[in-house]
Design a protein around this ligand. Sequence first.
Ligand code: GTP
Ligand code: MG
Length: 476
Amino acid sequence: MADNTPSLIINAPAILLVGKTGAGKSTLGNLMLGTSENENPTFLVSDSFSSATKKCVSATYNIGDEIYNIIDTPGVFDTDDLDEEILKEIALTIQKCAHGIKAILLVFEAKRFTDEQREMIDKIMLLLGEEALQYMISVFSHCNKKQTENPEYFRKSCWNDPIKAFVNSAGGRWTISPNPDYFPPDNTVRQERLQDLEKIIKSMSGIYTTEILNKARKIQEENARIARKIENRRQREHDEILMREGEEIARANYEMQKADDERIANENSNKGFQVLCQILGSITDAIFGDQRNRCFWPETQVKLESGRIIRMSELQIGDRVLSNIRNGIAEFSDVYLIAHIGQLRLTTTHYVFDENLSITFAKNLRPGETKILVSVDNKLVPVFVDDVTNEWHDKYINFYTRAGSVIADGVLCSCYDHCPPSQTLMDLVFLPVRWWTRIIPSTHREERLHPYVQFLETVYLSFINAMKKSKRLIES
Ligand SMILES: Nc1nc2c(ncn2[C@@H]2O[C@H](COP(=O)(O)OP(=O)(O)OP(=O)(O)O)[C@@H](O)[C@H]2O)c(=O)[nH]1
Ligand SMILES: [Mg+2]
């Protein structure tokens, strides 16, 4: 074994190997470095059930002229006690990477996506933060010969929905770690798979930094603080009841309260509340505004297929944004039209989807009565509206995806508004411009409303006015 105390090359970004213990992180590291077969592997590989890698170990890795620090980390366990130390060790090592992390290789065994694997991913995501998905590559180890030789076959016939959903959420970047027992160093399949990985790493932009790690840690600490506060309150109530009414009632009360708190905490950690606050801030704010408001607040966040989360103001024609989640599978759709974008208008009325998948005006949402669909762990979950607030903004953007919907700040919204409340009808009404933009992509990105949308609006408003007039005539 070489002396592998982490001696990081100071001005090189890192590539981090993470995953469950025994997943094959060290094996993959050795394969990338070409040291898997020799007498002196860079990273220790062990057949025993106990974890082989106890501390983070690093080595220098080149892709062409680019130099990286490849860092092998200890495996994440099922037992929480051991994990705490390991996660601390990984966090400390990341802090030492002055030039950040170019790619996080999440190694997992190609087998049924078990709760254990889900848990391991949750732990890593909690440590690194959700933004880490933008820098992540899913690497499958323990693939058989056929799967390794034909990755497309592996993807099509072996992935179940949770795996598809996870890989999608991590920007759709994935590859296979070839098993060195089947594929010796000069084997072309082995070289191809390793080249696939290199290509993905090279194609990635941006860097995972310690700021992102610290942000994730703050969120974690805040969650822990809230959990502690809730536990203390529960314990206090338990003690008070114990003094008043005796052991049995106190215990029953404690358990009931705990179950309730856990349910609420779950909903919270699934971002229900934050998302609601943000989304209601951004889409329900034009109740008393200009009747022509029809837009999103440009600061509203959407997720791209690459995993990057951006503000709507950064959207470009052709961007593929998260538009829906069905059966746990994230769906992405092209932005084909930016109807208008600008300043100095009051903000919007907008449609959101309710739990029955019908579109409803944001202004008609009723706290405690209406449920909207919030994206949580690649699922759309119906969540009661907690609060509705009015806000005034001086910026707006209105755009359309081919799917007609978008997940904005985690809530499933329609791209249409100020129109008849039927998603299907509006999809049909927009059909001509959808076809047209396939032939000639739209370049419209201005304050003036797009001519086609302007035309629709004029027709719709004339129709509404005519209806109002005839109603008045009938009444008089
Ligand atoms: N069949 C098969 N075995 C593999 C593969 N990758 C690793 N192994 C074996 O799995 C065992 C553990 O591999 P390691 O590379 O040490 O796993 P690790 O993730 O670094 O494990 P820890 O350091 O303990 O967290 C060893 O016996 C490897 O030979 C693979 O792709 N296929
Ligand atoms: Mg290891």
